[in-house]
Design a protein around this ligand. Structure first.
Ligand SMILES: [Ca+2]
Ligand SMILES: [Ca+2]
Ligand SMILES: [Ca+2]
Length: 298
């Protein structure tokens, strides 16, 4: 091989490696494609746990019907305190809830919007997704046909069920939901933290007990909640327990002693809604969000 040829061979090879590295980086950081500045995106970095760290209480349950998770949901509600409804003012304690079932009539499928600010002022929560937006709707039915029509997949009519009738909640074009907290009544002007957060899920199938054969390690959990502090570091993260087959329910929540959760990232399922729910794709929808009263961030 001539010197020129070998130079080109080395140059091409280096270029190819550089592209591979670049492509790998882009793929590995899919979640940075957010509609808000990178600097405010959650940072998944942890130092060693400080000695004074008080672990949160974890509430979780999964099973084929509403009764399977009702006990854990009630326990979490009681741990947070009274329901503060839709009052656009800060309460000293208690909790807020969003069941996605308010006006307009609960069989309507709302068109995707991003960010979703419907609950920003009267419940202190804002929702952002790297997808096209969020929609609230029934699994099927109503004037727009529900999520079965929204995602052009008739199997969704029986694959998902609402915990609180009739609507579910989902990002469109993504499986990621970021929740940011603000003091109620501040219309998003006062950033806040909460002491606890939990969400109810419909049809978390993975892991399903089929393997892999080794007991330890990644069992292919599909659905994850990550809790972040004001500095963007992960405070806690947990996989949502599964209830394989159709239209099961799952619940995962944590409560800290103090209001230290600044934002929450939910990865619902291992794929954005659209494809069939099967052995490869675990599609997951969300229902009720329950969280502590938002207080001004420290
Ligand atoms: Ca609901
Ligand atoms: Ca399923
Ligand atoms: Ca599923």
């Amino acid at each position: 091989m001539s010197k020129l040829k070998s130079f080109f061979a080395v140059a091409c090879c280096s270029l190819a490696i550089a592209f591979m590295i670049l492509a790998g980086k882009v793929e590995g950081h899919e979640s940075i494609n957010l509609p808000y500045p990178l600097s405010s995106a959650p940072i998944g970095v942890n130092d060693n746990t400080p000695a004074d760290f008080v672990a949160p209480i974890v509430f979780q349950a999964a099973g084929p019907n509403i009764a399977s998770i009702q006990g854990a949901v009630t326990e979490f509600r009681n741990a947070l305190g009274d329901l503060n409804g839709i009052t656009a003012d800060e309460f000293p304690g208690g909790r807020r809830e969003i069941n996605w079932d308010g006006a307009p009539p609960t069989d309507v499928t709302t068109p995707p919007v991003n960010p979703l600010n419907t609950f920003l002022n009267n419940r202190g929560a804002q929702f952002i997704t790297p997808g096209t937006g969020f929609s609230q709707g029934p699994a099927s039915g109503g004037p727009q046909g529900g999520f079965a029509t929204l995602f052009d997949n008739p199997t969704y009519a029986t694959e998902f069920r609402a915990f609180s009738n009739a609507r579910l909640f989902t990002p469109v074009g993504s499986n990621i939901t970021d929740t940011l907290f603000f003091v109620a009544g501040s219309n998003g002007s006062v950033e806040a933290t909460v002491n606890g957060f939990g969400a109810i899920f419909s049809d978390v199938d993975q892991p399903d007990g089929d393997g892999p054969g080794t007991k330890r390690g990644n069992r292919g959990s599909s659905t994850l909640i990550q809790f972040f502090g004001v500095d963007g570091r992960v405070l806690f993260s947990g996989f949502v327990p599964a209830s394989p087959r159709n239209a099961g329910f799952s619940f995962l929540a944590v409560k800290f002693n103090d209001a230290r959760i600044a934002r929450v990232r939910i990865t619902a399922g291992d794929v954005a809604p659209g494809p069939n729910d099967d052995a490869i794709n675990d599609v997951v929808m969300m229902d009720d969000f329950i969280y502590g009263e938002p207080h001004p961030a420290p």
